[in-house]
Structures are given as C-alpha cells and as structure tokens.
Design a protein around this ligand. Structure first.
Ligand code: ADP
Ligand code: ADP
Length: 233
C-alpha cells in the first residue's frame, strides 16, 4: 500500500514582488517498505519538500495522503498530531538533549504521547536494541561518538513505532566511515520493514537507497529513468 502520496503539490513563496515556486506541481508515491532518497543541490526545494512530507508545513496547492489520511488542508494542531503519530524524524544535528541519558532521550517523544512510564521504558530499550546501543543507554550524548549519537537519535525516531522514518541529511555531520555505518543501519531497518525517506545533497549517500528521486528547481525526476518526470508507481 502507498505510505505517502503527493499529487500536483506546489509551494509558492512571495519574495518582495516575485513569486518563488519552491515546489512546482510535484507528484510522488512511496510504498510501504520502500527506502527512497531525495537528492538535490542547495536551493532546489529539498527543505520545502521535507517540511511538506514531514507535516511541518502545508502546500499552497495539491494533495498529500500520509498513511491513508489526506493532510494537505489540516489545521496546525491536527497536523502536529498526525506528525507525532506517523513520523519519526532524524536530523543532521542529532538534536539530543545533553542533560539526558540516551535512554531518556529516546523516551522523550513517548512522554509527549502520554505513554505510561513502564511501557515507555520497554519501548525505548527495544528501540536502543534495534540500533545496537542498549549497553550505552545510561550514557549522556557527550559520552558518545557522533555515530553513536545519531544511533540514539534513530532509536528516538523508532521508539513510537511510526509508519514513516524521515531523515534530513542524517550523515551530514559525520565522517565517511561513520556515515556508511549509519546508512548500513538505515538499510537494515528498511530490510526489517521500515519505510524510509531520506533527504541529502550527497550522491554517495543517496545511491545507498534502493530508489533515488532527484529534485531540481522544484520539480522531481526519478533517477535512472530520466527524462521522465516522477508521477507515481
Ligand atoms: P533547499 O533545501 O534544497 O536548499 P529550499 O526548499 O530551502 O531548498 O528552497 C527552495 C526555494 O524556495 C529557494 O529558491 C528558496 O530561496 C525559496 N524559499 C524557501 N523558503 C522560503 C521562504 N520562507 N520564503 C521565500 N522563499 C523561500
Ligand atoms: P538542519 O537540517 O538545517 O540542521 P533540522 O534538521 O534541525 O535543520 O530541522 C529541519 C526542520 O525540522 C526545521 O524546519 C525545524 O524547524 C524542524 N524541526 C527541528 N527539530 C524538530 C523536532 N524535534 N520536531 C519537529 N520538527 C523539528
């Protein structure tokens, strides 16, 4: 089944007297269980697409179905509720809280969702086990390497068992070797059934996804099938 489906989505910004089309009538479908990389240079519309897919912002026009729900016209509050339930975010900068242990960081989104303490701890430990960091769960972020910190952040994204993982330049702050380890982990999670969309400007990273979509001037192109524009699959 489709995990996300975007149809004829545009996002326009007004800049002084001009209108910038950050997304220009784009359509794409990601099926459940797929791992897709979206690659594009600076200014191509990646952040705008990421914010749209991540329910952080609504399109100017077009439709967006996420896990069966049409979300393109929802209020801020409803969008936030969908975002919290449906999407696990992974960021370039890890965004871990330095005063909390790895375990407490992973528990944090579950606290927001009102999961009871005992179940919260079980889910968080299970997520840390998935990223093979169970034995470091008492460590603070500063006591962990960059790669380990990103694995904690991935565990945090997994903890609420969201249907979609959305990774924004997940290796952007890591050296090549550590980047490859993080990509290997994402590939393993995908093989276990997790649907993953990752956004990057790095072709070596994008190539490690099974499917690559290029974004250029606010339009999408399926890599390896040029010059056909992405419609749906
Ligand atoms: P990327 O993440 O690939 O660098 P963005 O999605 O940030 O691309 O930007 C795509 C285009 O939209 C750029 O031309 C950018 O200047 C413009 N843009 C993005 N956000 C805004 C905004 N809030 N107001 C005006 N223009 C914007
Ligand atoms: P960058 O890729 O420039 O380092 P981030 O990945 O930190 O930026 O953030 C990308 C987008 O996600 C921004 O629009 C930001 O406001 C939003 N964001 C950052 N942290 C969170 C969070 N914990 N939950 C929801 N949205 C977030």
């Amino acid at each position: 089944k489709p995990m996300l489906r975007i149809e004829h989505v545009s996002k326009r910004y007004r800049m002084g007297g001009e209108i910038v089309k950050a997304l220009d009538e784009v359509s794409m479908t990601v099926m459940q269980g797929e791992m897709v990389a979206i690659i594009g240079p600076s200014g191509s519309g990646k952040s705008t697409l990421m914010n749209t897919i991540g329910c952080l912002d609504s399109p100017t026009s077009g439709s967006y179905w996420l896990d069966g729900d049409e979300v393109s016209r929802l209020s801020e509050n409803k969008l936030a509720a969908i975002r919290n339930r449906k999407i696990g975010f992974i960021f370039q900068s890890f965004n871990l809280l330095s005063k909390l242990s790895a375990l407490e960081n992973v528990e944090l989104p579950l606290i927001y969702r009102g999961v009871p303490a005992k179940q919260r701890k079980e889910l968080a430990i299970a997520a840390l086990r998935k990223v093979k960091l169970e034995e470091r769960m008492g460590h603070k972020p500063t006591e962990l390497s960059g790669g380990q910190q990103q694995r904690v952040a991935i565990a945090r994204a997994l903890a609420g068992e969201p249907p979609l993982l959305l990774a924004d330049e997940p290796t952007g702050a890591l050296d090549t070797k550590t980047s490859n380890e993080v990509m290997q982990l994402l590939q393993e999670l995908n093989e276990q059934g997790h649907t993953i969309v990752l956004i990057t400007h790095d072709m070596d990273i994008a190539k490690q996804a099974k499917r690559v979509i290029r974004i250029q001037d606010g339009k999408l192109y399926e890599e390896g099938r040029d010059p056909y524009e992405v419609q749906s699959r």
